[in-house]
Design a protein around this ligand. Sequence first.
Ligand SMILES: NC(=O)c1ccc[n+]([C@@H]2O[C@H](COP(=O)([O-])OP(=O)(O)OC[C@H]3O[C@@H](n4cnc5c(N)ncnc54)[C@H](O)[C@@H]3O)[C@@H](O)[C@H]2O)c1
Length: 285
Amino acid sequence: MKDFDGLKAVVTGGASGIGLAAARLLAERGARVAVLDLNPDDVPPPLQGYRADVSDDASVVAAISDAAGALRGIDVLVNNAGIGAAGTVEDNDDAEWHRVLDVNLLGVVRPHAPGDAMTSPLFPAPDTAAPVFADHHDLRDRNRRAVEQYMLTGAEARLRRYTLYTEDGSASLFYTDMGRPIVVRGREKLKRHGELSMQVLPDWQWSDVHIYQTQDPSVIWVECEGEGTILFPGYPQGRYRNHFIHGFTLSDGRIVASREYTNPIEHMRALSIETPHIERDWIPS
Ligand SMILES: NC(=O)c1ccc[n+]([C@@H]2O[C@H](COP(=O)([O-])OP(=O)(O)OC[C@H]3O[C@@H](n4cnc5c(N)ncnc54)[C@H](O)[C@@H]3O)[C@@H](O)[C@H]2O)c1
């Protein structure tokens, strides 16, 4: 596990220079990072760029709110955006010095967001009143922790994911075109699968992760979003986004079986495969 796994960070002025270096380092060490900049299109993945001018309050508050929504909270803020006046004191008039102060000084106090968006637990409780299960407290805790570890997306966490399984544990993907799931069984194959998945989905991120415990302490469900670059052999590189459901069966803090369900059509789109169309005009959507 990396030291910033699970942390959400915002870096202002992170599209170049010192800010970009700081944002990259945070991401490499496990944080999910949003960058606020005048030039968000220059921001490379896995960093997420948001357009903002730190001298314009409305644009900063809007971008911070969007970033906090996407990251589900903000734990770290790096106030890096800044400019310098060119030339000597005489070369610049009052208006230029006010502009520098506006960006460099007031730009530091502007990044804020309504409510409690600036702080967040890693996996927030669902908004609705969650059932409280009083039985098997320690066992539920161990099982939930394994699921939380599974959902971490830093490279190290992904490469060590196989260690969360029992010796003959299995991971199944249910969105296949074969009428049956693909099942990867046993730690050795799970390890290899983890290494390969780093190659084909190198910057994969889960977000909006909701963990649901059930009456059965050994069964946990997760609903979340997922996004990243997709590099499947034999297909053009694409950007893959989807909505996911994960089912887990656990035994004493270890995963016996994980089952992943998602929309196969989105998967096909990301791979540039032509997708079928179903007429559903009759649905009053
Ligand atoms: N490089 C140095 O030697 C040095 C020395 C002292 C202080 N600093 C300060 O460190 C910070 C980063 O410096 P750098 O050299 O990486 O600069 P840089 O010019 O390479 O990067 C600054 C980034 O901030 C963004 N930015 C500028 N004005 C902005 C605004 N109003 N709103 C949002 N984004 C804005 C730019 O688009 C750019 O991506 C700055 O605050 C700078 O003043 C740098």
